[in-house]
Ligand binder design. Structure first.
Ligand SMILES: C[S@@+](CC[C@H](N)C(=O)[O-])C[C@H]1O[C@@H](n2cnc3c(N)ncnc32)[C@H](O)[C@@H]1O
Length: 703
């Protein structure tokens, strides 16, 4: 990998606005103390901490460490090393034994002890430098951090309980950070996204402050993770991660102050009170840049942070007294060689111009100086440089307005042959397999078999224009007195439901009504591409926010009974809303608002269990891009049944929505939810298909 140096200029986002909102009671205290040893603690001394490239100068202002047996520099650097490598999550995960001999540097080994004897070797906890190994590199006279993933395959595959006590020979508790942190991060992100949409939707007029208010709600409910602010890496979030709102960043503890450009740990937070020697330290910088266009590899950043004070007489020196706390914190980072997270806020073209936030990685503060701004006030300027060894980040602003004719491996410019408003290219860089079948017909909308009768349109709501009042809109009433979509980004589903009743032909509202979100066709730039083991697949060039409609499953709507004799068709989608509503065959029940079948739950269960789904959509020989979407046991799309003209659940439309914020170029997947053993061949023998979704949640087989 090589980096092309590019430099951008900008202003730190916000700055002064926020004081009132800055401190939520649940987040006010920073977690710096998490990294402080208790008296008598010993630290592993193996290795020179400057291998992290952090210590180009000593730590003059951390005398508190002198009470320990290690030289203060070593201890301080060690702490920073740990937190930078993301190894320490919480003080509860670090245990100190005053007299224990530390065997940290032992090469990576599976743990063997009497307590673990019942656990198979490959499942035993691992210790050693599990997550990353670092090396120092000198480039142009500067120390750089070079982090490479640990090559130990077993270690990556490790499947251990959250926290493992490593007995006396090692003085640390180790955590399977990847699964422990990432899972809770994912859950929190999902939850906060839902809460955020919910909140925005409840407001009569969503405003700029909605983000902040939604965040507050999340924090007040204490559903955030990592509430102790961390410096350096946050496990589970790597450079390139995109956030759709500050709410998301705050909910996972990536940022604490949701409007400030420089987010920092306060010197006098309760946790640090005892300790005058630890200065303010910056955790993250959020930079808003007005210009658009592709910006690759932001390796060096120069930005300004205004001050409300008069410029001191010696204006070229940055005087601490004249600096606002946030600016000072960043200067302290420079002096202490502590990197900050750099986050780039940009207008997102496909989400109605709202901000999107890209985490670009950990940056070193190279330089800090002040210039005279308007009214003689100083403006502090900083130069940040990305630490080496982190993923390259591309910030893509705008969808390509003209279709790129030179796509590598392009085999078809538009698989929809003009049916869709956006072209859907097909690429194959894997083999020479043509896209098929040869007689395949692209169809944007459902085709109906001759023996299927679609019920007439149901009577609709009497709203004028856009449906906004859930109390008076009869479609909202069907959804449990709820308008299911948030107006954000052209409409995002707030939460998956048993069924969503959209407005349709029987309604008097307009075609732009928010309750018709799934009826507007494709809005993201999709591509069909060839994979090595799963055949064709689909990805998006645009980022897709959680809750956005992606595509509808189209094809021939037909009776399932006719499909009994069909065994080689991989493109049949059973319309199983009723089964989902009743949680039959392991389906996950969702929030249901409308009783749709009569009888006791047991009777309904029994009837449904006996009857297979009555109708299906067969995309074997006609269908749209959705037929190329593969299965994953940990998918990023979910299936939503929608009724928009009639109200017959057996014939509901099947629409796929984004379950998470989906980064551009990520494969789109949903859970096929087959019951194991349910697929048979022509002789009635059960067929099996190995799953290649490659996720940690993989169940091993599709069916
Ligand atoms: C609806 S098609 C999806 C598109 C398909 N990949 C293609 O090339 O047309 C379903 C088929 O794709 C393959 N497939 C989908 N997801 C898979 C997975 N996770 N692992 C293995 N094969 C998968 C299986 O052959 C499955 O029967």
């Amino acid at each position: 990998m090589f980096f092309v140096s590019s430099r951008i200029q900008g202003n730190s986002e916000d700055s002064n606005t926020v004081a009132a909102l800055q401190s939520s009671p649940s987040r006010q205290d920073d977690g710096f103390r998490s990294f402080l040893p208790t008296p008598g603690s010993r630290w592993r001394s193996a290795g020179n901490p400057s291998f992290l490239g952090l210590r180009s100068r000593p730590f003059p202002s951390l005398p508190l460490f002198t009470q320990f047996s290690e030289p203060p520099e070593t201890v301080a650097s060690q702490i920073l090393g740990e937190l930078l490598m993301g190894k320490i999550i919480d003080e509860s995960e670090v245990e100190f034994y005053p007299d224990a001999s530390v065997q940290w540097s032992a090469s990576s080994k599976r743990r063997s002890s009497s307590r673990l004897r019942d656990i198979p070797e490959q499942k035993r906890p691992f210790y050693g430098d599990k997550l990353v190994s670092g090396s120092r590199e000198e480039v142009d006279g500067e120390q750089r951090l070079n982090v490479t993933p640990n090559a130990d395959k077993d270690a990556e595959d490790m499947d251990v309980p959250d926290i493992v006590d490593l007995e006396d020979s090692c003085s640390f508790k180790m955590v399977d950070y990847d699964s422990f942190v990432t899972d809770s991060l994912k859950q929190t992100m999902k939850k906060s996204n839902g809460d955020y949409l919910d909140f925005v939707q409840k407001q009569t007029k969503p405003s700029k402050g909605s983000d902040v208010k939604a965040t507050n709600e999340i924090l007040n409910k204490k559903e955030n993770v990592n509430s102790n602010m961390k410096l350096g890496l946050l496990p589970g979030i790597v450079a390139g991660h995109r956030f759709f709102s500050r709410a998301e960043m705050v909910a996972i503890g990536f940022q604490q102050h949701w409007l400030s450009g420089i987010d920092y740990l306060r010197k006098h937070s309760k946790r640090l009170m005892q300790n005058d020697h630890i200065p303010h330290l910056a955790v993250a910088v959020v930079l808003a840049h007005p210009s658009k266009g592709d910006i690759d590899c932001i390796n060096e950043v120069v930005f300004t942070h205004p001050s409300g004070n008069k410029l001191p007489s010696n204006r070229h020196r940055v005087e601490n007294q004249a600096m606002p706390d946030a600016s000072l914190a960043l200067k302290n980072n420079m002096e202490q060689c502590i990197p900050v997270r750099f986050i780039y806020a940009n207008k997102c073209s496909d989400t109605n111009g709202s901000n999107e936030y890209t985490y670009c990685g950990l940056y070193k503060v190279l330089k800090c100086w002040s210039v005279e701004g308007k009214n003689g006030q100083p403006v502090f300027t900083y130069r940040l440089k990305k630490l080496l060894g982190q993923p390259k980040v591309t910030i893509e602003r705008e969808r390509q307005s003209t279709f790129p004719t030179k796509l590598t491996g392009l085999v078809c410019e538009d698989i929809s042959y003009g049916e869709e408003a956006v072209k859907i290219p097909v690429t194959n860089t894997v083999d020479s397999c043509p896209i098929g079948p040869p007689d395949f017909k692209y169809t944007k909308s459902i085709q109906v078999a001759t023996d299927v009768v679609i019920p007439p349109s149901a009577p609709g709501c009497n709203c004028k224009g856009n449906c906004t009042n859930p109390k008076t809109c009869s479609c909202a009433q069907l959804n449990g007195s709820d308008l299911p979509y948030s107006e954000l980004d052209g409409g995002r589903l707030i939460k998956a439901k048993d069924v969503v009743y959209e407005c349709g032909p029987g309604c008097s509202c307009g075609s732009k009504c928010i309750n018709r979100v799934s009826q507007h066709g494709l809005k993201f730039q999709l591509e069909v591409y060839r994979t090595k083991v799963k055949g064709w697949a689909v990805r998006s060039w645009d980022l897709i926010p959680a809750g956005a409609p992606v595509c509808e499953y189209t094809g021939l709507l037909r009776r399932n009974a006719e499909m009994d004799s069909v065994h080689d068709n991989d493109y049949i989608f059973d319309i199983d809303c009723l089964h989902t509503m009743h949680g039959i065959d392991g389906r996950e029940k969702r929030e249901g608002d409308v009783p749709v079948t009569s009888g006791t739950p047991e009777q309904v269960d029994a009837t449904l269990r006996e009857s297979d789904t009555e109708f299906c959509i067969d995309a074997g020989s006609s269908g749209n891009v959705t037929r190329f979407i593969n299965h994953s046991c940990e998918p990023n799309l979910f299936v939503q049944c929608i009724l928009s003209s009639h109200h017959d659940l057996r014939l509901a439309r099947i629409v796929l929505f984004a379950a998470d914020d989906i980064d551009p170029m990520t494969e789109l997947t949903y859970d096929y939810a087959y019951r194991l053993g349910s697929v048979t061949d022509e002789d009635g023998k059960v067929k099996e298909l190995e799953c290649h979704c490659g996720t940690s949640e993989c169940r091993g087989r599709l069916y």
